[in-house]
Design a protein around this ligand. Structure first.
Ligand code: NAP
Ligand code: G4F
Length: 344
């Protein structure tokens, strides 16, 4: 029998790559989509299967992490062997503006799903494994390099909520002897990255500037350092974490950090532009409390899971720039109007 997985956040960056990976491995994939007045499935359109297709292996359900009744219903319908909880209000800056919703979807949302799973296992006797999408943001102000033993020091409502979700996951693992694992993933990016995260904001601007659609790029703190990897590599880590013989917590990272400034250098120079001619600092993008330096030590995942990232920093930046140069060229052909860069 092939396995079945349930993914919350299937319409997000990671959800789309994870779906591709699991489908390629023969899984049936169930995904939770939240209701929106406009389509929010662009990242999974290429793997979407119409409900009228018999034997389809990608099945979408309307539900929301803020609604336990719906979560319970989906769990009972999908009967997954593995649950990947990727759904979240995942933007750190936005979490300062919407802290309560962030806590509801990220922290309490995880608790809701864990509790549904606990009841489901108790009533059915089925074996279900749970992956919790933890974040390097949980380390926040802790001194780099960070590993699985580094104490958390969260610096935003988002990070505090992820720490709560982490400990809910640990508590449910210990209290009810469930297979629940936390992935502590450092930043991972791709051409599918949301456009308000700094890497994609930069590569979108590079493409648009090159195409003559944008003049300026407004950014915040250029000195922040992040351990940036490729999302396609990181979903492999998620899967391996759930295939491990026992539930545990693992870091996924490259072990190499770069500043936003270095990302700018790499991205603009790839198309022979000098970023200093286009970038302006706008305090709008500063955070009330910043995370200065994240650098992960991925030794445990390498040793115990045999996982290592394949894509280098330069390959990642170039992949994103090349993709956004193509996208901007398409945009230019459809509507050659300049965008208001400050709105992003
Ligand atoms: P993303 O692109 O922002 O995707 C988030 C997903 O969560 C989207 O599918 C979104 O739906 C969904 N979602 C938001 N609120 C929800 C709610 N109330 N109920 C159900 N679904 C909801 O994030 P990502 O980069 O793929 O990251 C995946 C997970 O890993 C997140 O939990 C994130 O916090 C965590 N993480 C990410 C990174 C990273 O660098 N990417 C690093 C560490 C941890 P819509 O499409 O409708 O918005
Ligand atoms: O791209 P960012 O918004 O990502 P951040 O805050 O590191 O969070 C991402 O990675 C986490 C893993 O560590 C995830 F858990 C989280 O869900 C998300 O995916 O910002 C990166 C850095 C920050 O220091 C920020 O201050 O870039 C700096 N930055 C400078 N100018 C900017 C900007 N960030 C954004 N979003 N927009 C700017 O204009």
């Amino acid at each position: 029998m092939s396995k079945s997985a349930l993914i919350t956040g299937i319409t997000g960056q990671d959800g789309s790559y994870l779906s591709e990976l699991l489908l390629a491995k023969g899984y049936t994939v169930h995904g939770i989509v939240r209701r929106s007045s406009s389509f929010n499935t662009a990242r999974i359109n290429h793997i979407y299967e119409d409900p009228h297709v018999s034997g389809r292996r990608l099945i979408l359900h309307y539900a929301d992490l803020t609604d336990s009744t719906g979560l319970r219903r989906v769990l009972e319908t999908a009967l997954p062997d593995e649950i990947y909880n990727l759904g979240a209000q995942s933007h750190v800056k936005v979490s300062f503006e919407n802290p309560e919703y962030t806590a509801d979807s990220v922290a309490v949302g995880t608790l809701r799903l864990l509790d549904c799973m606990r009841d489901h296992i108790e009533h059915t006797g089925r074996e279900v494994r749970f992956y919790q999408a933890g974040s390097s943001e949980m380390f926040g102000a802790a001194k780099p390099p960070q590993n699985e033993l580094t104490p958390f020091y969260p610096r935003s409502p988002y990070a505090v909520s992820k720490v709560a979700a982490h400990w809910y996951a640990v508590n449910y693992r210990e209290a009810y002897k469930l297979f629940i694992s936390n992935g502590l993933l450092f930043n991972h990016e791709s051409p599918r990255r949301g456009e308000t995260f700094v890497t994609r904001k930069i590569t979108r601007a590079v493409g648009r500037i090159k195409a003559g659609l944008q003049d300026k790029l407004f950014l915040g703190n250029l000195d922040a350092r992040r351990d940036w990897g490729f999302a396609g590599d990181y979903v492999e880590a998620m899967w391996r974490i759930l295939q491990h013989s026992e539930p545990d917590d693992f870091i996924a990272a490259t072990g190499e950090a770069h500043s936003v400034r270095e990302f700018l250098d790499e991205a603009f120079s790839h198309v022979n532009l000098d970023w200093q001619e286009y970038v302006e600092i706008d305090p709008l993008y500063f955070r009330p409390t910043e995370v200065d330096y994240l650098l992960g030590d991925p030794s445990k995942a390498r040793t115990k899971l045999g996982w290592r990232p394949k894509t280098t920093f330069r390959e990642l930046v170039q992949m994103m720039v090349d993709s956004d140069v193509r996208l901007a060229e398409e945009e230019r052909l459809i509507s050659p109007k300049k965008v208001v860069a400050a709105a992003r």
